[in-house]
Design a protein around this ligand. Structure first.
Ligand SMILES: [Zn+2]
Length: 138
């Protein structure tokens, strides 16, 4: 018995069950949604909570969209991902063409991109654990 039950009045804002209260949506569909569709963090958490309340396993989120390759060099060259430090002290990921260095995109800070960026840091003497901490102001 949870005192906060936001799932009860949550209504799906899209898809086949658009406008249907979460509680009335079949578990099958909720499982499909979690495993196949890119959801915002809030919606994902709500749907996952509903599904696990029903005793179902919550599937892992789908992998992020792949980075589109460099138009000049093609897909075989590969992409390099690294952390970029912003003026406000935050970091974001930046993807570049491995051959010509052309900027491609800012990928989301999720695996496998974070892993790639941390691996890129390693040869420069910054260990991955340290790089993973964002609140390390001293
Ligand atoms: Zn290129």
């Amino acid at each position: 018995m949870s005192s906060e039950a936001p799932a009860a009045d949550f209504v799906l804002p899209f898809g086949r069950y658009n406008g249907v209260p979460l509680a009335a949506v079949p578990s099958e569909y909720l499982g499909w949604l979690l495993g196949k569709v890119k959801l915002s963090t809030g919606i994902r958490a709500t749907v996952a909570a509903e599904l696990s309340t029903r005793g179902h396993t919550v599937p892992p989120a789908p992998p992020p969209r792949p980075i589109a390759p460099c138009r000049r060099c093609g897909p075989n060259v590969g992409v390099s991902v690294h952390w970029q430090k912003l003026r406000n002290g935050q970091r974001r990921l930046r993807a570049e063409c491995r051959r010509c260095g052309k900027f491609l995109t800012y990928p989301p800070s999720v695996m496998p991109y974070t892993t790639m960026a941390n691996a890129a840091l390693a040869p420069h003497g910054v260990n991955a654990q340290q790089a993973g901490q964002t609140d390390g102001k001293r």
